[in-house]
Design a protein around this ligand. Structure first.
Ligand code: PEP
Length: 252
């Protein structure tokens, strides 16, 4: 039985003061929920204070990105170990905005996955197709290429620590959500790929989140799908009421 996980990606939003206001509201709305993982990914500047505020709570801290080296002359970058030092348990890697705006490719993202695992943290690896790729019937090919490129050389025994996020690019921040059936079809394909590469037991242990315009009014239907284990939420994670309702999903 995979434990559900709902993660909020705040992207480039919120000052430290605004971040703490949201965290305090979420702590009081969501305190006592123990049957699912609740995760927040603030901007880098808010990580340390948010990490302090989350200590002893049922909410975990996540970074939105990292650099795959432990240290050295890498101006402007942050290592997984330094993110762990401010309380991170998870690190998002390969978000489509990193791929499209900053030109990150699968090989580079694969190095990040390994660096995060080496630091004993959990990578949240994002994959997903563009609208053009979907319309050209290339969704599965794109997912397979991204998985192969990002997981190359990975030790199968660490797989249960990996979290995948299927995020169709056409659904991110657009208000267009994949239907439950569309998302489930992609999640089933991903799990099948993992089973073929690493064995059924390892594949069944990996949590696969859906991301792309998840809102209070569509989360229940998505979470009812057998291969959808949680959600990576962008826009709707910026408001306490919306994010709390998403965390409190009920399978319909
Ligand atoms: C995201 O940023 O990962 C995301 C899914 O954003 P949104 O929920 O706003 O589509």
């Amino acid at each position: 039985m995979r434990r559900p996980m709902i993660a909020g990606n705040w992207k480039l939003h919120k000052t430290i003061g605004e971040a703490l206001e949201l965290v305090n509201a979420l702590k009081s709305d969501l305190g006592g929920i123990e049957d699912r993982d609740i995760v927040l990914a603030p901007v880098f500047t808010a990580l340390a204070p948010v990490g302090e505020a989350l200590k002893g709570s049922n909410i975990d801290l996540c970074a939105q990105n990292c650099y795959p080296e432990a240290g050295g002359a890498f101006t402007g970058e942050v290592s997984p170990a330094l993110l762990q030092d401010v309380g991170c348990r998870y690190i998002i890697v390969g978000h489509s905005e990193r791929r499209l705006i900053f030109g990150e490719d699968d090989a580079f993202i694969g190095k990040k996955v390994k660096a995060v695992l080496t630091a004993n943290l959990h990578p949240v690896l994002c994959i997903g197709e563009t609208l053009e790729e979907r319309e050209a019937n290339r969704t599965f090919l794109v997912l397979e290429t991204q998985l192969k490129g990002c997981l190359q050389g990975i030790d199968p025994s660490v797989l249960p620590r990996l979290i995948l996020a299927y995020e169709p690019v056409w659904a991110i921040g657009t208000g267009k959500t994949a239907t439950g059936d569309q998302a489930e079809e992609a999640h089933r394909f991903i799990r099948q790929f993992l089973a073929e590469q690493y064995g059924q037991d390892q594949a069944q242990a990996v949590r696969i989140l859906y991301g792309g315009s998840v809102k209070p009014d569509n989360v229940d239907g998505l979470m009812a799908m057998p291969n959808i284990d949680g959600a990576l939420v962008g826009g709707a994670s910026l408001k306490a009421g919306d994010f709390s309702r998403i965390v409190r999903f009920e399978k319909v």
